[in-house]
Write a protein that binds this ligand. Structure first.
Ligand SMILES: CCCCC/C=C\C/C=C\C/C=C\C/C=C\CCCC(=O)SCCNC(=O)CCNC(=O)[C@H](O)C(C)(C)COP(=O)(O)OP(=O)(O)OC[C@H]1O[C@@H](n2cnc3c(N)ncnc32)[C@H](O)[C@@H]1OP(=O)(O)O
Length: 181
């Protein structure tokens, strides 16, 4: 992380603490309500530049016997880190870099809670980090961090999606230009 990062003020469009942070795009695999095979993650604004996220670890997310697939967990972190960027960016961001530390096995049937925060930003770059805990299920312990993540997100303009917009499956009820907060 660069050492000349700043911590901006929250944007006015970001929900108040405790309020839901809406999906950013209804077809999103991580958070969209028009992605039937997706993960249906939900998010709540924190007290500052942070969000809380929730993922129910469904049986179809299996990697090793009885445990979550690492790619699914990575996707969940990507989503949580992307969501927290909305606290300081009133527009689209995309992931440039994502890293994960897998600290404990996460059994199917768990409910994971994610806490993601802004570490700082400079120019178009937003650095964020997050941790996950099992809050419900067979090995639930809210004091144990089961995985951590850090990511770099880049602000982009709507033109970023011009080249791929024709590949959207079906007709979304809420195009991303109107589904954002
Ligand atoms: C799924 C898409 C999301 C749809 C969004 C729709 C609406 C969104 C609304 C709000 C979003 C809210 C929430 C989002 C939540 C979850 C989102 C999941 C996000 C994803 O899942 S998204 C899919 C995966 N993602 C991609 O599909 C990106 C592919 N990629 C590119 O499109 C380009 O690669 C891009 C744009 C990243 C950069 O390209 P570019 O040309 O614009 O910028 P450039 O290269 O000039 O870099 C500028 C500065 O970033 C530094 N920099 C760049 N990359 C770096 C790296 N990897 N490591 C270290 N530094 C890096 C440079 O060093 C320079 O730094 P400096 O300023 O210091 O010079």
């Amino acid at each position: 992380m660069p050492d000349d990062l700043t911590l901006p003020e929250p944007v006015g469009s970001f929900p108040a603490a405790g309020q839901p942070v809406p999906q950013h795009w209804s077809r999103c695999f991580g958070c969209g309500d028009q992605s039937p095979a997706g993960m249906s993650m939900s998010f709540t604004a924190g007290e500052g530049l942070d969000v809380w996220g929730r993922l129910e670890v469904a049986p179809r997310y299996q990697g090793g016997p009885g445990v979550i697939h690492g790619g699914i967990l990575s996707t969940a972190f990507d989503e949580a880190l992307g969501m927290v960027c909305r606290s300081i960016v009133d527009g689209p961001v995309v992931t440039g870099h994502l890293e994960i530390d897998f600290a404990r096995p996460i059994p199917l049937g768990s409910v994971l809670e994610f806490h993601a925060r802004i570490d700082g930003s400079i120019r178009r770059k937003v650095y964020a980090s997050a941790e996950a805990r099992i809050v419900e299920g067979p090995t639930a312990d809210p004091d144990v961090v089961v995985a951590t993540s850090r990511g770099l997100f880049l602000t982009v303009t709507a033109e970023h999606f011009e080249k791929t917009k024709d590949f959207v499956d079906g007709v979304p009820e809420r195009p991303f230009g109107t589904s954002s907060i």
